[in-house]
Ligand binder design. Structure first.
Ligand code: FMN
Length: 353
């Protein structure tokens, strides 16, 4: 599973070879309409790109690219501190591995099995001082919950996100997660659009605020609602007891033509400013500079999706560690160059038009 003394560039080049027909590992994973992975073909499975035209995937990247950082240097020298508290756990940075599943479909066991992918992601994130979130798809069940198994084996926390299945099934997953020592649990409410779950007879549903409240009441763990793209949903989720929300459009994979997450984040942050909930964001984040922009727009932390897949496929757990270290180092560099000694100093002030 280890890749020895590989560089991140070597990891990515190896991933490109293994992910033939799935991902070209472009320097910019931007969801551009001309990209190989992009634009879902009629009736074909989603693959690694975005749904439909791929506009939502592209908009995530564009929204971040539009934001610019204000360089500010004339002051006393400092080395930035990126350490972050996540529900009582001290992490080396406010960056975690996103709940990504179904990676076994990218070429089968010869490329990577779902079990290996979960183990590599969890271990690699822990080696970088952070944690991985693990998701849910139609191949997962209470008996075969690869993500939970990997979190248990590593014994260092993590997050379990369950698809918006029937309430009783979600609650059973939450119970197992509690027994397995996860840090928090949640639901990707945007997964109610999952074609694959429905096709495989694992029904998924929209959830009401009462449903969310029942889920919160069912567990002692913090509950996270992932897939928030508007103020109304953010308020409903938090007022129903969610401890955190994730501003996310599932990497542009659930609804065509949504805005980029960085474009909707500020209004959601503003609406929730008097509540205590943690606000996490994802979508199109490829470097620590992108992380810095999300934090400047009001996120407390971020998740990394596609880059974790490329890192695990190309370099196993060591590849994931390299990817996460790269993100932390570039975040540090960005904080230093914009005058932010710690995460608390990061504000909209560091962004310029
Ligand atoms: C192949 C793939 C599978 C995913 N599976 C899940 C999942 O099972 N559960 C979930 O909450 N999100 C899932 N996501 C969404 C990610 O958690 C995350 O929101 C998204 O990838 C972030 O965007 P990025 O890939 O541009 O970093 C998936 C994303 C991809 C690319």
């Amino acid at each position: 599973m280890s890749s020895g003394n590989m560089t991140l560039e070597e990891v990515r080049s190896k991933a490109k070879g293994k992910l033939k027909g799935v991902c070209m590992v472009y320097k910019d994973c931007d969801g551009n309409p001309t990209r190989f992975c992009q634009g879902q073909h009629y009736g074909r499975p989603l693959g690694f790109g975005g749904i439909g035209s791929g506009a939502s995937f592209h908009n995530n990247w564009l929204a971040l690219r539009k934001k610019k950082l204000k360089m500010k240097l004339v002051e006393t020298h400092f080395e930035p501190d990126t350490s972050f508290q996540f529900f009582g756990k001290e992490l080396s940075m406010p960056i975690m591995g996103a709940s990504v599943t179904g990676v076994n479909s990218f070429g089968g066991e010869n490329v990577i099995s779902e079990r290996e992918f979960c183990q590599m992601t969890v271990r690699g994130c822990i080696a970088a001082g952070t944690i991985a979130w693990r998701g849910d798809t139609y191949t997962y069940s209470l008996e075969n919950s690869y993500g939970l198994d990997a979190i248990k084996e590593a014994n260092s926390g993590g997050v379990k996100i369950v698809k918006p299945r029937e309430q009783s099934v979600i609650i059973d997953f939450f119970k197992k997660a509690e027994e397995y020592g996860v840090t928090a649990v949640g639901v990707d409410t945007d997964g109610c659009g999952s074609y694959m779950m429905t096709k495989h007879n694992k029904p998924v549903f929209k959830k009401t605020s009462d449903d969310i409240r029942d889920l919160v009441d069912s567990t002692a763990l913090p509950v996270i609602i992932k897939g928030i793209m508007c103020v109304e949903d953010g308020l409903e989720a938090v007022d129903a007891g969610a401890s955190a929300i994730v501003v996310s459009n599932h990497g542009g994979r659930v609804l065509d033509h949504t805005p980029g997450t960085a474009d909707v984040l500020p209004e959601i942050v503003e609406a929730l400013k008097d509540r205590k909930a943690m606000i996490i964001a994802d979508g199109g984040i490829r470097t620590g500079y992108d992380v810095l922009k999300m934090l400047a727009l009001g996120a407390n932390a971020v998740l990394i999706g596609r880059d974790i897949v490329r890192a695990a496929v190309g370099g196993g757990s060591e590849g994931v560690r390299l990817q996460m270290d790269y993100l932390r180092e570039t975040l540090k560099k960005g904080m230093k160059m914009t005058g932010c000694p710690s995460l608390e100093e990061i504000s909209p002030e560091i962004l310029v038009q």
